[in-house]
Design a protein around this ligand. Sequence first.
Ligand code: BV8
Ligand code: ZN
Length: 247
Amino acid sequence: MHIPPNLIEALAEANYVAVLTGAGISAESGIKTFRDPDGLWAKFNPMELASIDGFMSNPQRVWEWYQYRREIINKAQPNPGHYALVEFEKIFPQFTLITQNVDRLHQKAGSSNVIELHGNILENHCFSCKEPYHGETDLPEGHIPRCPICGGMIRPSVVWFGEALPIDALEQAEQAAMECDVFFSIGTSAEVYPAANLPYVAKRSGAILVEVNPNPTVLSPYVDYKISLSSAVGLPKIVEALKELKK
Ligand code: BV8
Ligand code: ZN
């Protein structure tokens, strides 16, 4: 599949481009997505594990699940899709990168000021007093770290289901969706709210809406351009075509 030329022309004229990424952009870094058939949640039930109730009912199990995911994420490297978005940041006069991912691969690739809507898996804080925790995390099976200040249980600094998103991140993301000329939805099933609202906000505000995803999603019928390629293939193609045009 090639990239539609009028998308490249629109991008060449665009002043402000915003991007929303989901688990799909990290798939080619070896990090399983949530909803794909062999995805993370095929084996575990997200509502049990990525939720406050899940943690309260079995903190050890939730802690082990995050430790397991951290092992995979710590070894993971950014892929050409992440690097293409670092190029986007250099090409467009104004650029905002919003991610639902907690793996920090965008930062590892060199993207700056990434808006993390769902927190990140590399940091921890106290479930009770919320203080950031920098102590030991690798404890014997069945133990989870305790807060040195109040003795509370330590949890990963991700946003769980049923938890509010960081208000400043969400506001910045909504602002970008309202102001951008082109909005990309990349590697996301567009099913988790309120992040999933952003592409519709962008479209309603007059942006060109582009989806980069090898599969159809609930968003697909609303997009102006559907790039049915993986992000590791599709995004570098867009960068290449843009550089070609600007020669
Ligand atoms: C909140 C961090 C309220 C944790 C995550 C009923 C209807 C509507 C909404 C709700 C409802 N019931 C409950 C809700 C709200 C709920 C929600 O939206 N539920 C959904 C499931 C219906 N949302 C919440 O609970 C949010 N909080 O609403 O709070 C509130 C307000 C005020 C005060 C108090 C409370 C919190 C949501 C955040 C949850 N945390 N992650 C962790 O990671 O452990 S969500 C988690 O799932 C990820 O962060 C990610 O965002 C999401 C997974 O989605 P995707 O990233 O899209 O990944 P997915 O696997 O689904 O899709 C991958 C896509 O990639 C696929 O389309 C695939 O085709 C594509 N792909 C595959 N390979 C590639 C590719 N694309 C490109 N290239 C490839 N190679
Ligand atoms: Zn504490």
